[in-house]
Design a protein around this ligand. Structure first.
Ligand code: AMP
Length: 426
């Protein structure tokens, strides 16, 4: 692990003036910890492996040095625009929304380069034609989801042999979503000599293997810590069957301008939206079965404040940046403890204070303990006036039961708690 003394402001990081001016306009008064620690080394061309809380300013950490590199390259006329399907900076991300969001951020950081650097986002769910057209003439920064990028490569719309910088964002997520083969296929097409920047919230075995294969003498930065979060977490115990009533009560009482509610399945999204509608709470749903157009429309309405309540599956849990999102609610608990951190990370971004509420009934109690243990948090169980739970479960009374079957087997949909088999929503 390399020790770095973090500069206190953006000028000391060594960024050039078109970027510094833009940062002032965006009211980035000082670098976030990851920016302060990583940007100088990334500017020097070092590889990087970083673990940081979601919302910690990761995008600028890789985007600003990348833009600075591209700017210098253009000034030296080192770019060879005659080969029309080149790409210089490649950023791989797991979801369509993230691809669009990262590309928008990069375009925004680059406004004072006066169109000299072109940034394109490619992702599935929409026609390839417009994307192929956008890639014509070469691409300085390409933000892509793996599957669509492979499609475009096989149609000869793009080649990766001149990539100079590779960014793998949310690497743990990409590998856990079954992208492993796609990532391997893409890596094989990249030149050996390049700068690689890898961001991962967690470091499972596959990420460690990738790290060894891909990075050369990287600078390592680990800022992932529950303590560093600006999200206030609270957990309310409720009676089974009363979660919807409690949710409506909270929404009406606090009149939040934006609230993102997580459930565990597409059906649950619709089911909950219908139940809220019957109680005069307007909500829209966001999940993987919605067409790309509908997904974008709903998200834009939520981001702009036109829509107050959004019910989503975990597809919304990673990387989405909703400015000043005040509240995230776990209506269903996420299966995986790391998804809990990703969900609550939608709030409290860039140092803003956010609120994350989890509603648990007695059947969720032990699973929530696992989430706490894995994430090294311990929250006081609270109840809401008028909705006090009738069945109180003491932690000491009910030891964690093992999942069904042998300890080694992967947990499927069924989880056994003290002999009662109950179905988790998927
Ligand atoms: P990210 O982790 O890249 O998704 O960034 C989360 C949010 O923080 C985005 O809204 C960024 O615009 C914002 N942000 C990034 N860096 C800074 C900074 N240094 N100062 C203020 N806001 C920032």
């Amino acid at each position: 692990m390399t020790t770095v003394t973090a500069p206190a402001n953006f000028i000391e990081l060594g960024l050039i003036s078109p970027l510094l001016v833009r940062l002032i306009e965006l009211e980035y008064h000082q670098p976030t910890p990851i920016q302060a620690q990583a940007i100088p080394s990334v500017l020097e061309g070092r590889d990087l492996i970083a673990g940081a809380n979601t919302g910690s300013g990761k995008t600028a950490t890789f985007a600003l040095p990348l833009l600075q590199h591209l700017h210098a390259k253009k000034a030296l006329k080192r770019s060879d625009d005659s080969q029309g399907n080149y790409v210089t900076g490649l950023i791989l991300v797991p979801t369509r929304e993230l691809a669009k969001q990262v590309a928008d951020s990069i375009k925004s950081y680059a406004v004072h380069f006066n169109g000299a650097i072109n940034t394109v986002a490619v992702f599935g769910g929409v026609s390839t034609n417009a994307q192929m057209l956008a890639l014509r003439g070469g691409t300085d920064v390409l933000v892509a989801t793996p599957g669509r990028l492979l499609d475009l490569i096989s149609s000869n719309a793009i080649k990766l042999d001149r990539v100079e910088t590779l960014v793998l964002d949310e690497a743990d997520r990409m590998l856990s979503l079954g992208f492993t083969d796609e990532i391997a296929a893409l890596l094989a097409l990249l030149p050996k000599k390049k700068q690689t920047l890898l961001f991962s919230a967690t470091f499972p075995e596959q990420v460690k293997t990738l790290t060894q294969e891909l990075l050369s003498n990287p600078i390592e930065i680990q800022l992932q810590s529950a303590d560093a979060s600006t999200v206030v977490q609270r957990v309310f115990t409720v009676n089974k069957g009363e979660k919807t009533a409690v949710l409506v009560h909270l929404i009406k009482q606090y009149q939040w301008e934006q609230v993102l509610i997580f459930v565990n399945s597409k059906n649950s999204c619709h089911h909950l939206a219908d139940k809220l509608a019957k109680r005069d709470v307007v909500a829209e749903v966001f999940h993987g079965d919605k067409g790309q157009g509908a997904r974008s429309r709903v998200l834009d309405a939520f981001k702009s404040g036109e829509l107050d309540v959004l019910i989503a599956t975990d597809i919304a849990a990673r990387g989405l940046d909703i400015e000043k999102l005040p509240v995230v609610i776990n209506f269903d608990l996420p299966r995986s403890p790391s998804d809990y951190m990703h969900r609550i990370g939608r709030s409290g971004r860039a140092g803003e204070v956010g609120l994350a509420l989890s509603l648990i009934d007695h059947e969720d109690y032990h699973h929530f303990k696992v989430i706490e243990k894995k994430n090294k948090i311990l929250l006081e169980r609270e109840s809401i006036d008028g909705f006090e739970p009738s069945k109180v479960v003491s932690v000491a009374d009910k030891p964690m039961a093992k999942p069904e079957g042998s300890g080694k087997k992967k947990r499927k949909n069924k989880v056994s708690v003290n002999g009662d088999v109950w179905l988790k929503n998927t």
